[in-house]
Structure formats: structure tokens, C-alpha cells
Design a protein around this ligand. Sequence first.
Ligand SMILES: Cc1cc2nc3c(=O)[nH]c(=O)nc-3n(C[C@H](O)[C@H](O)[C@H](O)COP(=O)(O)O)c2cc1C
Length: 194
Amino acid sequence: MTRRNNPLPRFQRLLSRAKKTGLREPAAMILATADPQGRPSVRTVLLKEVDARGFAFYTNLRSRKGRELAANPRAALCFYWEPLEAQVIVEGGVKPISRREADAYWATRPRESQIAAWSSLQSKPLSRRTLLLARFARYARRFAGRPVPRPPDWAGLRVVPDRIEFWRRRPFRLHERQLYVRQGSRWKVRRLYP
Ligand SMILES: Cc1cc2nc3c(=O)[nH]c(=O)nc-3n(C[C@H](O)[C@H](O)[C@H](O)COP(=O)(O)O)c2cc1C
């Protein structure tokens, strides 16, 4: 893949700039999925890794997004970095991250977050918050004195981009848009009217 037309280094440069702006969650991205009937849904997730393989995030596969992606493995991502006056939109297919990689990332998570993952009955109705706290205490006891294993439904997914659009604010609403479309192993880039 020629470096000149590769949107990835451009995205990585923007993300490292966003990390220097003081934003609390510079890696936050809006993840859009759709059910098999085409009904869309969105939520925020954190980008954990980005490289030539795609944009990786972790989630519970029993969540709405997890179920929608199992049935319809395509997603769109949207980053908006207000201090940079920049937006990036990514679209692509979604692939599971290997268990080994997911285990490795799980091991870096704080113990409390690991126990919290076990405590959540992902997206099921919760009548009282104390029930969640009681489950947290129960799992903290269950795993006392040993590493917390990765729950079977807690997994990583990767959006493999086939389109990436960069938007940059410019004066008089003459904003800049550049769309990269993957064609085989290459990317074609073109400007779009704002
Ligand atoms: C800043 C921020 C970061 C989040 N990061 C994640 C994440 O990395 N993975 C995740 O599953 N949920 C994350 N969430 C929670 C999701 O937005 C969402 O509430 C949850 O995953 C259930 O989504 P669903 O029912 O649409 O599947 C985050 C929320 C916020 C506000």
C-alpha cells in the first residue's frame, strides 16, 4: 500500500494531537451499528488500538451492539475532536479480535474494572443499583487472591475500514472534506464539497 494515499498515518497523527489537547477521552468514538432490519443504534466506545488491521474496541457481546454486529457485521465510527476542529468518520466490516489478544488486553485492565465486568448482566434491566453493588461484592469475594479471568462474553472487535473521511473546519463554512475509499490494497482519495 502506498504511504502517500494511506489514511492511517494521517488518522494516527490526528489522534496523537487529540491526546495532547487535555481532552478527557480523546479516544472516544461514536459507534453505529444496525440490526438486520436496518434500524440504526449508536453509543460511545473507546478506541483501544489502531493499526493496519483496523480500529479495535472491547465490549460485551451480549450488548445490543454485540448482538447487532453478530447479525450484521458492519459498523461506522465517528470521532469529533472539538479542540482540533476535526471529525473523522470510518466505515467498514467488523471482525473479532483473537482470544489471545483479548486476554492480553484484559490483563492490563484494573482489577476493579475486571470485577465490574463480571458484575454486569449486560444491558438487562436493573431495578436497584444496590443489586449491582452486591454482585460486585460477590465477584470480588469469588476471585479473592487470584487473577480475574476474562468473562466469556467480554471480547474485542475490530472495524476494518473501507472508507475514511476527514473533515476539518475552515472559515466561512468552506470546510475541507477528504474521502479515502479502499480499492483492493490501495486507497483512492478525493475531495468532497462541504
Ligand atoms: C466515554 C465512554 C466510553 C465508553 N467506552 C465503552 C467501551 O469501550 N466499551 C463498551 O462496551 N462500552 C463503553 N461505553 C458504554 C457504552 O456507551 C454503552 O452504554 C454500553 O456499551 C451499552 O451499549 P449498547 O447497549 O448500545 O450495546 C462507554 C461510554 C462512554 C460515555
